[in-house]
Design a protein around this ligand. Sequence first.
Ligand SMILES: Nc1ncnc2c1ncn2[C@@H]1O[C@H](COP(=O)(O)OP(=O)(O)OP(=O)(O)O)[C@@H](O)[C@H]1O
Ligand SMILES: [Mg+2]
Length: 641
Amino acid sequence: MSFLELRGIRKTYYMNKTAFPVLKGIDLQFDRGEFVSILGESGGGKTTLMNIIGGLDAQYEGDVLLNGQSVRQISAKELDAFRRQTIGFVFQNFNLISHLSILDNVLVSLQMTGLSRHEQKERAESLLKKVGLTEHMHKHPNQLSGGQKQRVAIARALASDPDIIIADEPTGALDSQNTQEILALMDEIAADGKLVICVTHSQEVADHGTRIVHMEDGIIDHDTRLKAAFPVGEHHDLPSKHLSFTAMVKMALKHMRYNLKRNLLIIFGASIGIFSVILMLGLGRGVKGYINHEIYSQIKPTAVQVAQNTDSQDAKKLEIGQTDVNRIKKLPHVKKVELGYYGQGIQVQKDGTSATSSIFQTTTDQMLAKSVKKGHKPGTGEVILSKAFAKKFNKQHPYKLIGQKVKVSVTGMNKQHLPVVMTKSLKVSGITDDSSGQLQTNLQTVRNMYKSKKLTFRANFATVMIDSLKNVTSVQDKIKGLKADNGKKQYQLTGAGAIVSTLNTYIQLAFYVLAAIAGISLLVSAIMIIVVLYISVSERTKEIGILRALGVRRKDIRHLFLSEAFFLGLFSSLLALVFTEIVAVLANNVARNGIGYMIIDITSNYMIFGIVVAIVISLLAALAPAGQASKLDPVEALSYE
Ligand SMILES: Nc1ncnc2c1ncn2[C@@H]1O[C@H](COP(=O)(O)OP(=O)(O)OP(=O)(O)O)[C@@H](O)[C@H]1O
Ligand SMILES: [Mg+2]
């Protein structure tokens, strides 16, 4: 029984249903230690036959037997293992993987053996030494001459210690000097007890071997033995395994590094999409937090301030009286209506220092205990100041003002429409935070001031308390709907409470706009990744063919592209995190100085979400190209130009 036997091999190509028979019944027997040259005219089917022997092409009639065992019936997976373990390919055009170093090219094959990592490296180095390339190990293929490249290919073919070396015109692209060196190497391989099958056009090359097989018209017409086969010693196979997931991942990383500039640009582009998503989430949360902090902490959102709908400065026209209170009280969901007074340009004096308060108003239930930083709400004869306003009197220790007296001058009008200044000494009851108005008293205090000058007090706003938050909008609408005698709107809503719902609408709107922008940039990122991976697949078609010839499985090819996509996603999201962090720090700095609040609030959940979204999108984008790559026919991929 011979080592390798071909029985009745027939192969026909079909083009538009026209049959082109290429192999018309090939019967051959090979043994180890032989150096067989296959001669024949161009287009005679030599490469076709080599692809069949090498397990790259399974579409043929007849049978290939290895040690009497048919290779034909085995599964695709076993065929991969057959190429890994039994076959070593050497091609006319070298077919090295351009983005891997010489050493790594040889290691790809070795990574599919049971050798330890250290042993793999040792074997690769000794093989490269054997072909005389020790100094060039760390170069890339494009930095080598043709002869050197072919020697790398031989080292790679020998790496997994296969029994059969198939060389398809290994010297076709070489000069005579290099041809001699390659032939000497192949001689050595055969002398080592391997079967060397070498396709050639050159009689000189063919004469070098132990046997010449001549093909003509799809059959073997001459089979000449030149000399005896080399003696075969005992042979131990290197244990074989498929390429590990980590090896594939590393190869993906190496390829990314080889195309660094392009990949960095893609990562940068994709990161913008992720960046906008994380930033938008952070901004949404920050703004919400800000509103809660700024508004809900200082006013009751269920309290709405109502004033007369007029531009007039006349106190009489501005007055909110008992009739108004009764009118509003009748509305459903209104719990309580409280009168209030606000004024502008109020003079405050203390120990010769004087300051003007632009906002002065009476406190209502709207003033929450939270806004009182120190002290308590003002009772009758008392006043509460904001911290910033208090600093006008005691820059260093504004809180020391509490308990002390200040002179407050409010200007009213007498019946003759002449201004009358009402001055009263009031005790500072406490200090509020700055956003809740500069100066506040209770209503009775203002009433007393008017009384002391015998002027008529007129409240100029009312605070309407609503039973629950969900009814605020409807009550506001009802108040806005109340008409004056002339048919115009009677009231306007003022104060922060009135704008809360409007603000919320705007925020919601802004949120959707931001979400749309972020969504679009994510989509663009995904499309970019798809395009890049598709380009990568077509760029690497040849490489995929080479890897398949080396025995790499379809699954591994898919993993290779998915790994690249995974890293594109991961790196993009990490870069996006860096960008968001920078923007958040800058924006928050500005916001803190401006409004005293960090407006971008990015939680670790958002970061994790960003990373996950980036990776999921990249992987989804990669599914189609990776699938396409893994489905490439190895023979077609190898002949891809
Ligand atoms: N994928 C294919 N589809 C159709 N026809 C093909 C295909 N591959 C090869 N052929 C045809 O089969 C014939 C044999 O091709 P093959 O490559 O095996 O020849 P060869 O002996 O290796 O030639 P050369 O010495 O020029 O390399 C040629 O006529 C070729 O056109
Ligand atoms: Mg050929």
